[in-house]
Write a protein that binds this ligand. Structure first.
Ligand SMILES: C[S@@+](CC[C@H](N)C(=O)[O-])C[C@H]1O[C@@H](n2cnc3c(N)ncnc32)[C@H](O)[C@@H]1O
Length: 358
C-alpha cells in the first residue's frame, strides 16, 4: 500500500504546523496490515489520534475505539477530506457490536489506558484474535509486555524500523476480567475513575492547591469546570455553591464518564467536548480549571491558549477564569492581553493560581 496516498492534517487546536499527524509507529502498523496474510472479518483500531490508521484500513470497515472527542473530530475530518465514508466511534467501556479478530493498537502514554484497551479488546474479540501494538522505541517500558502477558499467552516483539516497534499478541487467555475503575479518597469523598483518567493514584497536587485557593465568594450562578477529569474541582464547587448551575467538560470520554459517577444533581451538566463551542457568548459567571498542557508524549501549550480564548468569549463581562498552572508555563504573558485584569490568587514554589477577569 502506498502510505502517502492520503492527505492528513492534525485538526487539533494547535497552531504549530511542524507537528506531524502520524509517527513511524503508525507507518509500521499500516505496513503490517498490508503485509498480513490474515483473512480477518472484523478489524479493530484503538488510539488512532488523527486517523492515519482509520484512513489506511478503511476498506476493511474497521471498528474504531476512541477516548477523545478531539480524536473523533480529527478522524472524521480526515476521512471527509479524503472522500472516505464516515464511521461510528466506540468507547472502551461499552460492548462492541461485533467481535474483532485482528486489532491494531497505538500504545498510549498512559499504561493504565493501555491496560484498559487490552481489557476491552479481550472482552470484545474472538478467541483467535491477533493484536498488533505499535509504539516509538524511546517510549518502550517493560510494563507494556507485563500488561500484555496478563491477557495473551504469546507476546513477541518486532525489530525496530525507523525507531518504531511492534508487539504481537496471540493466544488469548481466558478468565482475565478485572475491575476497570480506581477509587481515590479526598476531602472525605471517594472519587471513582476509569483507568486512564488523569492522576490515577492521588488527587493532583496542582489541583489540591487550586481547590484551597479558588475564590467563589462572588456566589456565581453558572460555573464551568473546564478540563474536569474525575470532577474533583466541580465537586468542591458543588459543596460551596449547591444551588449553582454546574457544567463539567472534558475531551476524554473516560473523564466525563468518571465525572458522572462523582458529581451528580439536577443542576449538573456533563459535556464530552474539546472546546467551548457548546457555550454561548457571555453566558458563564466563572470558569475553574486545571488546564491540560500534555498531550500523549507532547507538551503543547497551544491547546490551553486556544481554550483561554474560548473562555474569554463564553464569560460574562465581569466574570472570571480561575486556573492553576505550573509556574514555568508563564501563562500570565498570554492571559494579560486577553483579559481586563489578571490577578494572582496564590502561589508557591511550583504552582500559581490566576483569576482573570473579563
Ligand atoms: C490537568 S488535567 C485536570 C483534570 C481535573 N480537573 C483534575 O484537576 O484532576 C487536564 C484534563 O484536560 C483534559 N483535556 C485535554 N484536552 C482538552 C480539551 N481540548 N478540552 C477539554 N479538556 C481537555 C484531559 O482529558 C484531562 O482530563
Amino acid at each position: 500500500m502506498d502510505q502517502s496516498s492520503y492527505q492528513l492534517k492534525r485538526y487539533d487546536l494547535s497552531e504549530d504546523r511542524s507537528l506531524k499527524p502520524w509517527s513511524a509507529a503508525d507507518e509500521l502498523l499500516v505496513q503490517s496490515f498490508s503485509d498480513s496474510e490474515m483473512t480477518s472479518s472484523s478489524i479493530g483500531i484503538y488510539g488512532d489520534r488523527f486517523g492515519y490508521l482509520t484512513c489506511h484500513l478503511n476498506e476493511k470497515n474497521p471498528t474504531v475505539v476512541s477516548i477523545h472527542k478531539s480524536e473523533e473530530l480529527a478522524i472524521s475530518a480526515n476521512l471527509k477530506a479524503n472522500n472516505l465514508p464516515t464511521i461510528e466511534f466506540h468507547h472502551p467501556i461499552t460492548t462492541l457490536p461485533t467481535q474483532m479478530d485482528e486489532v491494531y493498537v497505538k500504545v498510549p502514554k498512559s499504561l493504565d489506558l493501555f491496560h484498559l484497551y487490552l481489557e476491552h479488546l479481550a472482552d470484545n474479540s474472538t478467541d483467535e484474535v491477533q493484536v498488533l501494538c505499535g509504539f516509538m522505541t524511546r517510549h518502550f517500558t517493560p510494563a507494556i509486555i507485563k500488561i500484555a502477558e496478563q491477557y495473551f499467552e504469546e507476546v513477541t516483539q518486532s525489530k525496530a524500523v525507523k525507531k518504531a516497534r511492534l508487539v504481537y499478541l496471540r493466544k488469548k487467555k481466558s478468565g482475565t476480567k478485572q475491575n476497570i475503575r480506581k477509587t481515590i479518597s479526598y476531602n472525605n469523598q471517594d472519587f471513582h475513575q476509569y483507568w486512564g483518567v488523569f492522576s490515577a493514584n492521588h488527587i493532583d497536587y496542582a489541583t489540591q492547591f487550586f481547590i484551597e485557593h479558588m475564590d467563589l465568594s462572588s456566589q456565581p450562578e453558572i460555573v464551568l469546570d473546564l478540563a474536569s477529569g474525575n470532577g474533583v474541582i466541580a465537586a468542591e464547587v458543588q459543596n460551596q455553591l449547591p444551588n449553582s448551575e454546574l457544567h463539567l467538560m472534558d475531551d476524554s470520554f473516560l473523564a466525563v464518564a468518571s465525572g458522572q459517577l462523582n458529581v451528580r444533581g439536577e443542576n449538573v451538566h456533563h459535556h464530552y467536548h474539546n472546546d467551548l463551542s457548546v457555550f454561548e457568548d457571555n453566558s458563564l459567571d466563572i470558569i475553574v480549571s486545571n488546564p491540560p498542557f500534555h498531550f500523549e508524549h507532547e507538551i503543547n501549550i497551544q491547546i490551553p491558549l486556544a481554550l483561554f480564548k474560548g473562555c474569554h468569549r463564553s464569560l460574562k463581562v465581569g466574570g472570571s477564569l480561575q486556573l492553576v498552572a505550573n509556574k514555568h508555563l508563564n501563562y500570565k504573558v498570554h492571559l494579560d492581553p486577553l483579559f481586563a485584569q489578571v490577578k494572582i490568587l496564590a502561589q508557591d514554589e511550583k504552582f500559581v493560581v490566576y483569576a482573570c477577569v473579563k
